[in-house]
Design a protein around this ligand. Sequence first.
Ligand code: GUN
Ligand code: ZN
Length: 441
Amino acid sequence: MTSTSNTQAVPGVQAYRAQLLYFRDAQKAEDDACEWISDGLLVVRDGHVDQCGDYDRLAPGLAPGTEVRDWRGHLIVPGFIDTHIHYPQTDMIASPAPGLLPWLEKYTFPTEARFDDPDYAHEVARFFLDELLRCGTTTALVYCTVHPGSAQAFFEESDARNLRMVAGKVMMDRNCPEYLRDTAQSGARDSESLLNRWHGTGRQMYALTPRFALTSTPEQLGLCGELAQQYPDVFIQTHVAENRDEVKWAMELYPGRRSYLDIYDHYGLLRPRAVYGHCVWLDDDDRRRMRDTGAVAAHCPTSNQFLGSGLFDFSAARDFGLPVTLATDVGGGSSFSMLLTMNEAHKVARLSGHYLTARRMFWQATQGAARSLGLNGVIGTLAPGAEADFIVLDPGATPLLARRSAMAESLEELLFALAMLGDDRVIAATYAAGREVHRRS
Ligand code: GUN
Ligand code: ZN
């Protein structure tokens, strides 16, 4: 990469020359909305996209002295959006266990207990954010632990870097170790003060985060529903229908509910900006209900395979109009990389008879996620006006990828090679609000 600059840099303005790819904000299929510019210029002003188009058309209009970073041979796309991840599980990623519930008992809860120490929480948050940015993820929906200080630490670190992140303190008041419990009242009170402190502070946003129905009493879900009603623009995140044993236990704990999803519905937790992790064992009525209420599925393919939870049904999601986003679910998921997550999503789709194009997966990880989260026009796009969160992909990152991408005869083949052969090595640089926050060494 080289920079060209005639005289002094123009304050607040940077320009980037590269191949550009993003998706317009269309209701229709992502393919129709694809914008691909083979020699493009992205102009950023004060942290936002100012212009995005053909280099030949835009370059003559640049103010004299504007610095143009030359990323030719690379592809700039919007930063990835990971819709479900646990920052406190960073240190226990890749822990062996035969399924979700023993994994929670043996590794997750003891690790999360360490977050009563704010210094540890800050240190992990810093590593976690570095790792996200190294992998090209500029926005994530993040679970903290039950400790309010874990969310405070996370937001402070994210805010210091001016990243657009969504996070929340976990609420759980039963069926977990005593040392990790809040109460229905304290969980609601602490969540409310955190959301008042952080939702809308800089680029931070809050998510009400009941861990899952198994670890919340009806009273806790009830109070969470009241908060959801009181604060309609905050996010909601939880887990649903991940694992068969979990579904069975949920139905025992909430007798009378039609399905696991219906438990959350009963407490008013299905609505726009409600993001449900996994959704493997839903039925068609559940899918319809999610579509009708505006709730969103976060598909976590590496986690579902790692924990043996099951195969997400892409065809059923499509048939019933359920919006699907992609997520890593670290530490149940085995990688921070959204490229690797696309790779595994594609294989999960194939195993259930569905076919996911690379375009669709790039859309799901950018514009599609932004739209599902009510953040369209804000992130997930290179369209003018959006926050300048973008990444530079290197199709020559590894010898094999270089060889394969040189043979690509279409955009789909190039994107497919990046998704199937790529990981953090492909991310040459990451920019957040126009500032470089990662450069591959
Ligand atoms: N269900 C409840 N908590 C968790 C968690 O931490 N990870 C996963 N994968 N599933 C959960
Ligand atoms: Zn999870």
